[in-house]
Design a protein around this ligand. Structure first.
Ligand code: HEC
Length: 118
């Protein structure tokens, strides 16, 4: 009888330890997931990586490459609205991006190309 009680106690302590460990292990995990989520909404898709993925082959990393007659983005004097028009709808060789990028991504990349200007 005595050993049964000891066994039961051990089981209880063991169970409690497992639950505690589970909770400890779970806490920081959930916290980091939450951090990643909030980052995703604040820095969304950074314009730089969109630019590097889609635009540098013609415009170059600094916007001056000019491949296929691509405009030098450092000298560009267009308004935000004109940027949006050109990036969404394209212009001659400049491709249209509205089907490939979201409105948010287009805004991000426009924000980024403005940072290329000195
Ligand atoms: C296939 C090559 C090519 C790619 C890829 C490309 N562009 Fe262009 N881009 C051009 C060409 C060519 C022009 C000049 C269009 C014209 O006026 O004839 C241009 C013009 C522009 C202009 C207008 C600049 C001005 O002052 O008139 C902007 C803004 C621009 N591109 C942004 C982008 C962005 C942002 C991306 C990536 C999402 C991109 N481009 C990808 C070729 C490209």
């Amino acid at each position: 009888m005595q050993t049964e009680i000891i066994k039961a106690k051990r089981l209880l302590i063991c169970g409690a330890a497992v639950i505690t460990l589970f909770l400890i292990a779970h806490q920081p995990c959930e916290a980091s997931v939450r951090v990643r989520h909030s980052n995703a909404s604040t820095i969304a898709v950074p314009g730089k990586s969109i630019f590097e993925a889609h635009c540098t082959k013609c415009h170059g990393a600094d916007g001056t490459k000019g491949r296929y007659g691509a405009k030098n983005l450092q000298n560009s004097k267009l308004s935000d609205e004109q940027y949006r028009q050109i990036v969404e709808n394209g212009k001659r060789i400049m491709p249209s991006w509205k089907k490939k990028l979201s409105t948010e991504q287009i805004e991000e990349v426009i924000h980024y190309i403005k940072t290329l200007k000195q």
